[in-house]
Design a protein around this ligand. Structure first.
Ligand code: FA5
Length: 353
């Protein structure tokens, strides 16, 4: 197209250029098209230049026509470039990896506060020579109650509001399967499975059918302890639990033992530490409620009947057992005011640990 300045030639040039642009399917082809038609030596540029060679009376009209073609092609170029750009973006969002995006930092989790305190508790006992064992959460009445000296209809069953499980029943039609209400059934299981000397701690979940409040959950953890051997005495119990309380709460803590009742120990005690918050000086202390003491667990000498129930001779073997609630201990240690936070799944709480 040597002289592209006539109206017909300009129209042919426009059509040729538009058809060629449709065939340009990548950025390089579009750029080549731009150079070929709109570049310094491009066909449209040449057509514009050739206007000057036209007779004076046609120049004005020919110039305007060539400029219209140029504007039309520039617009077509912009549209085509945008089409290709968005097609590339669509392809990217489907399956390609945009290597130019900044990387996402992996969020680093932390141990749940219940796990953390249980590990801390177990580690203290492990250093004293205890072994960590675990047991079933779905338990038989026999282990949760009967072998622990709590026969059917014994009033002590009321101490443990129980989730019963349908599926197994005794001759009176009463369920014999339950969610364990404490970790103490593992006392009987361990004694049945092993012979003394026994020195174990048992961390695990327990369940109670009770209303929840700031200090009561229906699902929580316990850590049980059991020592059985010849010649184990109440002095051994006291020493072990003194040592535990001081390692967990600090060397300056005082420990108090007071009589308490659990059917599977005799004598039974509740174990308390002196209040590390107020030393008993603040009548409104939210930790000890002014008493100066904080209960941390139940304990006692294994009842002779429990030893007999698992085939041990109570004249030869004696032992002690204890059971504590790690959530309650974590509440004391970390100043947590509501036990329901532990299972509330609120990251604002959990990420503090
Ligand atoms: C018992 O469960 C006994 N098995 C403990 C024991 C073991 C005594 C061995 C003697 C020998 P108790 O019901 O008090 O006892 O529970 C023990 C601990 O579990 C409590 O001190 C408390 O820390 C925790 N606990 C009890 N009920 C709840 C609850 N609803 N929510 C959270 N923690 C609880």
């Amino acid at each position: 197209m040597a002289d592209a300045s006539s109206a017909a030639d300009l129209d042919a040039l426009r059509q040729e250029a538009l058809a060629a642009l449709t065939g340009a399917t990548d950025p390089q082809a579009v750029e080549a098209w731009r150079v070929a038609y709109l570049g310094r030596s491009g066909k449209v540029t040449q057509a514009l230049r050739s206007v000057g060679a036209q007779p004076a009376e046609q120049r004005r009209e020919a110039g305007a026509a060539a400029n219209r073609v140029k504007a039309r092609l520039e617009k077509a170029l912009a549209v085509r470039s945008e089409e290709l750009r968005s097609a590339r973006l669509d392809a990217l969002s489907d399956d390609a990896i945009d290597v130019s995006l900044p990387g996402r930092l992996a969020e680093i989790g932390s141990l749940h506060p219940s796990t953390r305190i249980m590990r801390e508790i177990c580690a203290i006992f492990e250093r004293m020579g205890f072994q960590v064992v675990e047991g079933p959460e779905v338990e038989w009445d026999r282990y949760n109650f009967e072998l622990l000296n709590i026969p059917k209809d014994h009033p002590a069953r009321d101490m443990f509001d129980t989730f019963w499980i349908d599926g197994a029943a005794d001759e009176d039609g009463r369920s014999t399967m339950l969610l364990r209400t404490h970790t103490s059934p593992m006392q009987a299981r361990v004694m049945e499975e092993r012979r003394p000397p026994i020195r174990v701690v048992v961390p695990g979940k327990v369940y109670r059918y009770e209303a929840t409040d700031a200090t009561h959950e229906s699902q929580f953890h316990q850590v049980e302890g059991l020592v059985v051997d010849e010649g184990v005495s109440f002095a051994n119990l006291k020493h072990t639990l003194y040592e535990f309380a001081r390692q967990l709460f600090g060397g300056e803590r005082k420990v108090r033992f007071r009589c308490d009742y659990f059917p599977f120990v005799e004598p039974g005690v509740d174990v308390a530490i002196d209040c590390f918050k107020c030393d008993g000086d603040d009548a409104r202390c939210r930790i000890c409620r002014g008493s100066g003491w904080i209960e941390i667990m139940g304990a006692g000498m294994v009842h002779p009947q429990v030893l007999r129930n698992v085939g041990y001779d109570p004249d030869r073997y004696t032992g002690f057992a204890f059971g504590m609630g790690p959530e309650r201990i974590a509440m004391l240690k970390y100043g947590i005011e509501d036990i329901r936070l532990f299972l509330g799944n609120d990251l604002r709480f959990l990420s503090q640990f």
